[in-house]
Design a protein around this ligand. Sequence first.
Ligand code: ADP
Length: 303
Amino acid sequence: MDTSIIGAKDLTKTYPARNGGGAVEAVRGIDFEVQRGTCTGLLGPNGAGKSTTMKMLMGLTQRSGGTLTMFGTDVRSLSHEQRCKIGLVPQDDNLDPDLTVAENLLIYGMLFGLPKAEVEARVPALLAMMQLTEKTNARVNQLSGGMKRRLTIARALINNPELLFLDEPTTGLDPQARVMIWQRILELKKSGKTLLLTTHYMDEAQRLCDHIILIDHGTILAEGSPQELIQRHVKKYVFDITKPVPLDLPADIEHEDLGDSVLFYVDDGKAFRSLLADDVQFWQRPANMEDVFLKLTGRKLRS
Ligand code: ADP
């Protein structure tokens, strides 16, 4: 049985030349699949092509080439029923500021052609889920940024979608709001929904995603589960040694100079620790997705 819900083959997007500049090849022929009931993360530095890929998936921009299917159908020919199985959490909150919290959900639900009574019945549970019950009758322009984000997620769930796109769902939120949204995302995954998310937070990706697609310059650099990527691209442990670094460490150990300290990547943490004298200042931690990300995309700042 085919378990993929999204399939992209040789997907490309070229933005036409503008203002005297050349054409921009934002996505350069990528292949990927999203499996039903999983959370897939699309990661990459600024300008990598994540938003362009998301926009093609959300139907907000046309692809230039390749194929892109959802529920086995070309995204350009999705039926109304298929569109009703999709939920969108765009990067920018596009809530109606003049309507109340409940009205935003109601109007959005009715755009799917759902009966008013059915949408009305769903609103209280969604607002409770996103801890917005107290704000039911507040106007959107009275909400904080975090509340707006939570409302956008509630709104995306009004049609009880099978497939949910989350474009940077926690950007700019405080830690409490992030943790709360992580819990909701994990619950949605548990309930069988398929999630595709972009994020700049590697801890978020590691915690939420079953599968990660790392892109840069419009191509896929690596993909796999967070654990697979960590095992494949970095060692088990990272030792962050404050300078001066002992001179007698074996030269063949993979390391990276950060200026004030040097990172050493090793599999056998105990053996490496035994090489360090008592006065060496170091911090040992398990390798994580941030290490993979920086190793594969470099430490140079992007715009
Ligand atoms: P990311 O989301 O990973 O930061 P984007 O998909 O936004 O990357 O951008 C990929 C490339 O496409 C960048 O070089 C960006 O400047 C360019 N780009 C994005 N949107 C447009 C647009 N509407 N017109 C022209 N170029 C664009």
